[in-house]
Design a protein around this ligand. Structure first.
Ligand SMILES: Cc1ncc(C[n+]2csc(CCOP(=O)(O)OP(=O)(O)O)c2C)c(N)n1
Ligand SMILES: [Mg+2]
Length: 694
């Protein structure tokens, strides 16, 4: 179409093409202006994204968080200009963290002009929370598609619990677009396998089969038969041989809509950098600006005014308004009306939906949380955790989760009457069985959190490494996902160093915004959960012991409610005024208490600080922190069965840290404790040394 025709009356087909070319040219111009970014894939996938959004998706740009909207996930997040273009052209509105509509566009043309610049709403990759209309943060390849599986599980669960005859409250679909990179990443394989097992027919992935990645043609590294692979998983596999054929694309999406009992995988053959005479089908089109001259040539091939930049021709906004805009508004209005009468008929259920959407907890969420009596034999952290999880899952209808095949070991099985298993034919179950797919588990629980459910995922602490990228993303997205990790130190002795976490605590503590908690006894486990469940915008990791830990006598020592401060004074010498401070977490707290008793008996004024969470403590006031760790008390010993890395911040450069400087070893726990110095005598000796009384 020539520039002249732009303002003329158009046929629908012309308007479609105009919209598609607007997405293409905005993307090219933005990347060129930023001198960085990925133009080629938006040029190729503009017809796909146009078709999904303007012809199929049920999404109201006026309310991008309407609960029954279809979800769109751009798993090949480097092609973010696709999303910024379509959010802009549909005039999607901004909402804030309190879920209020701001009466302003989510992405302006100015944002697109400032693509990839500080504070603009068109960042390098899609960022949930930062730009309204982004359903999940993507960029680490494979994460988007895997997270979409959690969204699909979430929809199934919501539909099962809240839909009633005549009230289809939740019947939305999830569309994810991905590229070769996503297909190569292991997480996508785990997630695809799980999705097919669970029969998630609300899930559609479209694979941009362009044979190009950064290093060149995929023949250098990726020659498998992807279609056969997905057939093997049990997906419905479709193929569209021409990424410019929007009728065929629409047809495939309609087939997806009718496919029952399995997810749909659409292989879309495309040409990266479509329309660029010298860059099409090359790796250069992937991640480099095209250059001014090449942009002119590409625009010429689209029939676009060659020298116009950031042009949105007349009719484009209108065509989106008449497509997704009208369809979405109508769907949302109908839904809002439906939900109104649902509220009259099922007030309790409607209240649940409201609370969930705002990440609030139902009344009575903490009733019946256990209190454990003092017991020197005690209880394992995982054991106490299992009891708490079962109470919480009962009290909070939308609290659910599971383990990567370690449920009996993690003690995460929800065993109360009616908890049930989540399977294709029982989508109301609250026990998720992720199989041995830790990475997909992390993405799935994130997808559930994005769907406003409260979800937990569990495995051994050592295998947190297998899902670490998803933990990081939950923190980046500010999602209240809960990660339950048991066997948190050397407690599984005989399994040896492959199973003994050393550096995991330090590395998780380094993730901004993540709350890591390592409770000391059964009552600290309860308090840790009490804290975590109330978080609305932060993920949490619970590191729990395999072996029994003494349940501390809270009439003698401070109450476990101190957990809420991250660290608290557990024990002080008679009359207070400590001269040495012992700081510990988890299983080492009772060890510190034993050492403290010995020291006090010898007339040494020691204090024990239980420090389940650095992160929480660091957010306390200076005054509180100084009251727990008085700056003038320099004699300090930290004890933790983990890497010593970072403990200087609490013990100072002159303090002593009893921790791990090597990997562990295979032996009974008692022997390991002796070998690595986790015994009261060693703590006592270190304290005396600190005081110069060794
Ligand atoms: C986990 C991960 N590894 C590596 C990268 C860096 N990276 C970004 S895009 C890309 C190539 C992706 O190829 P493909 O998915 O085929 O995208 P296309 O160029 O076809 O759009 C790579 C390696 C990344 N973003 N995430
Ligand atoms: Mg590719």
């Amino acid at each position: 179409m020539s520039a002249m025709q732009v303002s003329q009356p158009m046929t629908d087909a012309e308007a479609d093409q105009l919209c598609i070319n607007t997405i293409r040219t905005l993307s090219m111009d933005a990347v060129q202006q930023a001198k960085s970014g990925h133009p080629g894939t938006p040029m190729a996938l503009a017809p796909l994204v146009f078709t999904i959004w303007n012809r199929v998706m049920r999404f109201d740009p006026q309310d991008p968080i309407w609960p029954n909207r279809d979800r769109f996930v751009l798993s090949n997040g480097h092609a973010s200009m696709l999303l910024w273009s379509v959010l802009h052209l549909t005039k999607t509105q901004a909402v804030n963290a309190d879920y209020e509509r701001l009466g302003a566009p989510s992405v302006t043309l100015d944002d697109i002009r400032r693509f990839r610049q500080l504070d603009c709403k068109a960042p390098g990759h899609p960022e949930y929370h930062w730009v309204s209309g982004v359903e999940t943060t993507t960029g680490p390849l494979g994460q988007g598609v895997a997270t979409s599986v959690g969204m699909a599980v979430g929809q199934k669960w919501l539909a099962n619990r809240y839909n009633r005859p005549g009230f289809e409250l939740f019947d939305y679909n999830i569309y994810a677009v991905c590229g070769d990179g996503c297909m190569m990443e292991g997480i996508a394989s785990e997630a695809a396998s799980l999705a097919a097992h669970l029969g998630l027919d609300n899930l559609c992935w479209v694979y941009d089969n362009n044979h190009i990645t950064i290093e060149g043609n995929t023949r250098i590294a990726f020659t498998e038969d992807v279609a056969t692979r997905f057939l093997g998983y049990g997906w419905n596999v479709l193929r569209v041989g021409d990424a410019n054929d929007i009728e065929r694309i629409e047809h495939a999406l309609r087939v997806f809509g009718k496919t029952k009992g399995r997810p749909t995988f659409v292989i879309l053959d495309s040409h990266i950098g479509y329309g660029s005479p010298h860059k099409q089908d090359t790796a250069e089109a992937h991640g480099e600006p095209l250059g001014d001259e090449e942009i002119r040539l590409a625009k010429r091939s689209y029939g676009w005014p060659e020298n116009e930049k950031f042009l949105v021709p007349g009719g484009v906004y209108e065509h989106f308004a008449a497509g997704v805009g009208l369809r979405g508004a109508k769907a949302r209005q109908e839904w809002t009306k439906l939900f109104g009468s649902y509220r009259d008929t099922y007030p309790e259920l409607a209240t649940e939906v409201d609370q969930m959407q705002r990440r609030e907890l139902p009344a009575g969420w903490d009733q019946n949380l256990p209190v454990f009596p003092a017991d020197s034999k005690g209880m394992a952290g995982r054991e106490a955790s299992g009891k708490v999880l079962n109470v919480l899952a009962r009290n909070i209808p939308w609290f659910l989760g599971g383990s990567a095949d370690l449920g009996p070991s993690n003690k995460t099985l929800l065993t109360y009457e009616g908890a049930g298993d989540f399977q294709a034919d029982t989508p109301g179950g609250k026990n998720l069985h992720f199989g041995i797919r830790e990475h997909a588990m992390g993405a799935t629980v994130n997808g559930l959190s994005l769907s406003k459910l409260r979800a937990f995922g569990a495995t051994f602490f050592i295998f947190s490494d297998y899902l670490r990228p998803t933990i990081r993303l939950s923190a980046l997205m500010e999602l209240p996902t809960i990660f339950v990790f048991t066997h948190d130190a050397m407690g599984d002795g005989e399994d040896g160093p492959t199973h003994q976490p050393v550096e995991q605590l330090a590395s998780l503590r380094a993730i901004p915004g993540l709350v890591t908690l390592r409770p000391a006894d059964a009552n600290e486990v309860v308090e840790a959960y009490r804290y975590v469940v109330q978080l609305r915008h932060k993920p949490a990791v619970l590191a729990l012991s395999r072996q029994p830990l003494p349940t501390l006598d809270r009439s003698k020592y401070a109450p476990a409610s101190g957990v809420v401060h991250g660290a608290y004074i557990l024990a002080d010498p008679p009359g207070g005024n400590p001269e040495v401070i012992l700081i510990a977490s988890g299983s080492e707290v009772s060890l510190a208490v034993n050492a403290h008793e010995i020291l006090v008996a010898e007339g040494i004024r020691s204090r024990v600080v239980s420090m389940p969470s650095w992160d929480i403590f660091d957010h306390e006031t200076q005054q509180y922190r100084d009251s727990v760790l008085p700056p003038n008390v320099k004699a300090r010993v930290a004890v933790e069965q983990a890497s010593t890395f970072g403990w200087e911040r609490y013990v100072g450069t002159s303090g002593h840290v009893i921790g791990m400087k090597t990997f562990g070893a295979s032996a009974p726990l008692k022997e390991l404790q002796r070998k690595f110095g986790f015994e009261p005598d060693r703590v006592v000796a270190a304290a005396k040394e600190q005081l110069g009384r060794a």
